[in-house]
Write a protein that binds this ligand. Structure first.
Ligand code: OAD
Length: 262
């Protein structure tokens, strides 16, 4: 049997599924990944200058502008066929008494916009903001900044960070997980719980280089789930996954799921 037929059979048998996604999931929507050669964000910008609390306190305008740019970019693109296939698969399983948990490292909202519900955001979300000092959540609409949604970051733009209206001391920061910060524990534990129950785990579009998210597939495998990896480039997981598709999310997911989604 071909790999795609094998995967389709596992899909039709699975009752309890976990999808673990990373930046490659949204690449075909037009959101750059972090580590892809040429296009990855971390090829052009140093993570320590943009994705740490220290960086924000040292250069709030630059870091704030970078996150507003990313939020604008995400808001301007659409979920791709891969996001939509996962959303429909979840709906299908729920209708038949099964479950599908999406746990993503992505800070975009493209899984939700592709139809998935209750997405676990392991690295937070670009849609949430809170005060860097008092920690209170605050509403912020990136469109109110006047920035255009551009494919590339214009380093000459500099937005003034927004002051917290509660404490009036701190500035708003994006609700994403920066290097050195702890993951949202409720989301992480919910992902671990789902992996203990899973019979099929689909890992899509992640290099598997950032812990602790990178350790999640092995929790599913140790609990007896089959692992399917989707990534055009082999990773450490490829050798131990039951199936590895060297293909892109928007192409292979609709194919693999064609028996369960219309
Ligand atoms: P990476 O940029 O490290 O990896 C993206 C992966 O997606 C690579 O292995 C690509 O080969 C693969 N890929 C590219 N295009 C794809 C496509 N169309 N379909 C499927 N796969 C594709 O992104 P992550 O693994 O998500 O953390 O990175 C993990 C974390 O590192 C991010 O959440 C972020 C970053 O620093 C924080 O911000 C805390």
């Amino acid at each position: 049997m071909s790999n795609i037929r094998t995967a389709a059979q596992w899909v039709s048998e699975a009752q309890s599924v976990v999808v673990l996604s990373g930046a490659g999931m949204s690449a075909q929507s037009g959101v750059p990944t972090f580590r892809d050669a040429q296009t990855g964000l971390w090829q052009r910008y140093a993570p320590e200058q943009l994705a740490t609390e220290e960086a924000f306190r040292d250069n709030p305008a630059m870091v704030w502008t970078w996150y507003v740019w990313r939020a604008m970019l995400v808001n301007s693109v659409a979920p791709n066929a891969g996001h939509q296939a996962i959303g429909s698969w979840q709906e299908h399983l729920l209708a038949y008494g099964g479950s599908l948990t999406v746990a993503t490292q992505n800070v975009d909202n493209l899984h939700e916009r592709g139809g998935a519900s209750e997405v676990l955001h392991l690295h937070g979300s670009l849609q949430n903001y809170r005060c860097i000092d008092c920690g209170r959540s605050a509403a912020f609409d990136p469109a109110s900044s006047g920035m255009r949604a551009d494919k590339t970051f214009d380093e000459d733009q500099a937005l003034e960070p927004v002051a917290c209206t509660y404490c009036a001391v701190g500035m708003l920061r994006p609700g994403v997980v920066w290097f050195g910060e702890t993951l949202p524990q409720d989301a992480f534990h919910a992902a671990v719980d789902a992996l203990h129950e899973a019979d099929l785990v689909v890992v899509v579009g992640t290099s598997g280089l950032v812990q602790p998210a990178a350790s999640l597939p092995s929790i599913g495998r140790d609990a007896g789930a089959k692992i399917i990896e989707i990534n055009p480039v082999p990773t450490e997981l490829s050798e131990v996954a039951d199936l590895h598709f060297a293909a892109t999310a928007a192409v292979i997911l609709p194919d693999m799921l064609s028996d369960v989604v219309s």
